[in-house]
Design a binder for this molecule. Structure first.
Ligand code: SF4
Length: 149
């Protein structure tokens, strides 16, 4: 019986691994840095980026989404993402391509914003604020449900 191959739709990518320019006390991911014995600051190489984008575009259907997160994905630098878009265009076959960036925003400047806007990237900004801001939409007992103070 012939197996039907489901097209690839979404990739969740951590190009800088667990490396981050913040050290939130509640972060569940920073400790994964201990897995990278050789490099405390792992970075996806250009070779891996090209191979990944090439294979993803080949295996996708009419639409594919690349979600970039970490750690802090902006530690890769803007040129890494310019290259990424170039590769998506080079290996694309007319697909709709989406990109999403989850960031703490510390490195986002006007140049980043121009880039993100020009390619309509979806941006998730993680923001810590005072309790009255965090809890604005939380109902009574929400903190207890999540085990927070
Ligand atoms: S900004 Fe995010 S990834 Fe970085 S330390 Fe805080 S929770 Fe972890």
């Amino acid at each position: 019986m012939k197996r039907m191959r489901k097209p690839l739709q979404t990739l969740l990518i951590k190009p800088a691994g667990p490396d981050c320019n913040m050290a939130c006390s509640y972060c569940f991911y920073l400790e994964k840095a201990s897995l990278f014995h050789d490099s405390p600051s792992p970075r996806m190489s250009q070779y891996v980026l090209e191979e990944m984008v090439s294979q993803a575009m080949e295996q996708s259907g009419s639409q594919i989404n690349f979600i970039w997160q970490g750690g802090e994905p902006t530690l890769m630098g803007l040129e890494f993402y310019r290259k990424c878009v170039e590769l998506q265009q080079r290996f694309g076959r007319g697909q709709v391509v989406g990109n999403g960036l989850q960031t703490n925003g510390l490195l986002i400047d006007d140049e980043w914003i121009r880039f993100l806007k020009s390619y309509n990237w979806l941006v998730g900004l993680s923001l810590d604020g005072p309790q009255h801001v965090h809890d604005h939409y939380a109902g009574p007992g929400a903190a207890a449900v999540h085990g927070e103070r």
